[in-house]
Design a protein around this ligand. Structure first.
Ligand SMILES: Nc1ncnc2c1ncn2[C@@H]1O[C@H](COP(=O)(O)OP(=O)(O)O[C@H]2O[C@H](CO)[C@@H](O)[C@H](O)[C@H]2O)[C@@H](O)[C@H]1O
Length: 613
């Protein structure tokens, strides 16, 4: 948390520092407290603010080191719900000396613990737009994040809607939507040369409005993006429709009796939601709608950008003058034939140049995407927007992923009761370093280890898993497919989780692994480097520190070396291993911390006028 104190005008921003619930309204006697002090001296230096109000007059009192100081309130800045979010005070003459306040100097105080304890002061109407949200739909980490972060934000007092498609695959997964009801609010959206009728389904669960856009294009076998024959050919249409519908939803859906209205904050997750910030700027604001709304482009994976031929621009329901926002020209070497001009539209680019802020899912990745290596062609663009680019490490759903109560595992355990237990879980593609696993496995299986893999993706890797299991059935098991219970069982059952990702915006499996006492061995990149601390046996007077191994560079040799060090530690140094497990299990990984950081970014988003209008 950052507290701004300025003297002698003594202006304090109270946002996030006042410890009262958002539902508490202004106008009755209230006592608030906030701290201006460092972690270690919190108690002694605490400044308390007491406000006494009889609805006509507000008197403000400060207590500093148990001494009460009366101040004149110059102006209380209140938000729409009449909660105070800032104030200005004039010190009386002969002002007391307060040692923490430095003349004409800004003081920044960081106190994470304190932040965590407090609910938010300013609440927002938040609209997550996403192609997947667990448990309704999930093919990877995006589903996890959009299924759990909204709940954490709602618990902090925000009004939160998550809007995603109502996928009907014609199988058991359709049951996940059984609790939703048709809002009977058919709406027309205009794209792809005509009017499209969409319906909205809804379920209010865990404080969140889960809204599902219904349209025949979401009703087909497969997963949200494709089927056994590959990606669906009309994905641009399917997600354009989602974005148009998502922009209408806050205006037209009376959820709990009230619409979300125009003053909301859109979180556009990855390219499928990338048209949302563009639509706000191009379609709505010119007509005076959504002038008070803001948008944040959240990048979970920059390697997918939603790029289609330039000729498709006319389908997107955007005015021609916004073509430049989406315009994308492939370099000459990437063109496919002599007549290829390289002209394309890039939806994620549109989001990056029109959103008010940009977020990635770890700090490391927010830097990597500004470099040529990690930028996937967007590095210069992202660098130009660096001042509004932040990284916040994902949290995890600590209820779903809890080794003491997990419904998918046979025996439960806690950090105080560790009992006996190399795995890999993930999409079988280039990002996840699957080629490295392929090349390292024969050597690894020479050692006394068993290796279990769960994943689906590229056919050649699925075939390799089947063939390796057939050849080394006593040492290797490969489960081809997407199976949540098995992912929990592998996470709980393994001693080591291997993640040789080539790049990893955040990575969730290493977080799940640490929570389950399974030690991660990862390539030190992006969010993996941010979250897995390499074991150091000499730290802390020989007690050791770290939660796993983050190796680099990403080669077969380095992967094998790191795995062998880990395996030796497991085998020969049981106490040390237990320390690694314990530290991983005790690591803070809930959404609480991240939710507070998200709120800070929300606050920043509303400081400036809309970036694009
Ligand atoms: N075969 C299978 N069966 C069952 N479950 C499976 C599975 N394959 C994957 N999963 C699950 O899908 C999720 C994968 O999450 P990750 O964060 O590791 O990667 P992903 O690349 O999808 O997400 C992107 O978005 C997330 C969220 O921001 C970032 O953490 C990440 O770095 C970025 O690449 C985990 O919950 C995992 O258990």
């Amino acid at each position: 948390m950052t507290l701004l104190l300025m003297y002698p005008t003594f202006t304090c921003k109270l946002n996030h520092y006042i410890s009262h619930k958002p539902s508490v309204k202004w106008g009755v006697n209230r006592q608030f407290a906030f701290s201006s002090c460092s972690k270690n001296s919190r108690t002694s230096d605490c400044i308390k603010l007491r406000v006494s109000s009889d609805n006509s007059q507000e008197k403000w009192f400060f207590t500093y080191k148990d001494e009460e100081i009366h101040r004149l309130l110059l102006g209380g800045e209140k938000d729409n719900s009449a909660s105070v979010d800032g104030f200005q005070l004039v010190p009386q003459s002969g002002d007391i000396e307060v040692s923490n306040f430095h003349a004409d100097k800004e003081e920044k105080v960081v106190d994470d613990d304190l932040t965590k304890e407090k609910l938010t002061e300013v609440t927002y109407n938040i609209v997550f737009v996403t192609s997947e949200a667990s448990p309704y739909s999930k093919t990877g980490g995006l589903g996890d994040v959009c299924g759990s972060l909204p709940i954490a934000l709602a618990a902090r007092g925000h009004r939160v809607m998550v809007i995603s498609p109502r996928y009907m695959h014609g199988g058991p997964s359709d049951e996940k939507f059984a609790g939703t009801t048709d809002l009977d609010c058919r709406t027309k959206v205009y794209c792809f040369g005509g009017a499209q009728d969409v319906d909205f389904f809804h379920e209010y669960r865990e404080g969140v409005d889960w809204v599902f856009v219904d349209h025949p294009c979401y009703h087909r076998p497969g997963n949200p993006y494709g089927d056994m024959y590959g990606a669906f050919g009309d994905n641009q249409f399917r997600f354009t429709l989602l974005c148009h519908a998502a922009c209408e939803a806050p205006l037209v859906l009376p959820l709990g009796g009230f619409t979300y209205g125009e003053k909301c904050l859109f979180l556009a997750n990855d390219w499928p939601a990338g048209l949302v910030p563009v639509l706000l700027a191009a379609k709505y604001r010119p007509h005076g709608i959504y002038k008070d709304a803001r948008s944040i482009a959240v990048i979970h994976n920059l390697s997918h950008q939603g790029v289609e031929p330039a000729a498709t621009y006319g389908n997107l329901g955007l005015p021609s003058e916004f073509y430049g926002a989406l315009e994308w020209v492939f370099p000459t070497w990437a063109r496919t034939h002599a007549l290829d001009t390289g002209q394309a539209v890039n939806i994620l680019k549109g989001a990056i140049v029109t959103s008010d802020r940009i977020l990635t899912v770890s700090q490391g990745y927010s830097w990597e995407i500004t470099t040529p290596d990690g930028g996937y062609g967007m590095n210069e663009l992202l660098t130009s927007r660096k001042s509004v680019l932040n990284g916040i490490t994902n949290g995890i759903d600590v209820t779903e992923w809890d080794p003491s109560s997990d419904e998918h595992i046979a025996s439960h355990y806690t950090v105080d009761d560790l009992s006996g237990k190399v795995g890999f879980i993930g999409r079988l593609d280039y990002q996840k370093g699957i080629d490295i696993i392929l090349s390292a496995t024969p050597a690894l299986l020479q050692d006394d280890v068993q290796f279990v893999m769960l994943g689906s993706g590229e056919k050649q890797y699925e075939e390799w898993m089947r063939a390796t299991e057939a050849a080394f059935s006593y040492k290797f098991r490969g489960w081809v497919g997407f199976n949540v219970p098995i992912s929990h069982q592998i996470t709980a059952g393994c001693d080591i989780l291997l993640m040789p990702s080539r790049f990893e915006p955040c990575g969730l499996n290493q977080l799940y692994a640490m929570r389950y006492g399974t030690v991660p061995v990862v390539h030190g990149t992006g969010g993996l480097r941010d979250t897995v601390k390499t074991f150091n046996p000499y730290a802390k007077e020989g007690k050791g520190e770290g939660t796993g191994w983050a190796f680099s560079p990403l080669t077969r040799e380095c992967t094998l070396n790191a795995l062998r060090v880990a395996i030796r530690t497991y085998r020969d140094h049981k106490t040390t291993w237990e320390g690694l497990m314990r530290r991983g299990m005790e690591r803070e990984c809930s959404w609480d911390n991240a939710a507070v950081q998200y709120e800070q970014v929300f606050q920043w988003a509303f400081i400036d006028p809309p970036y694009a209008s």
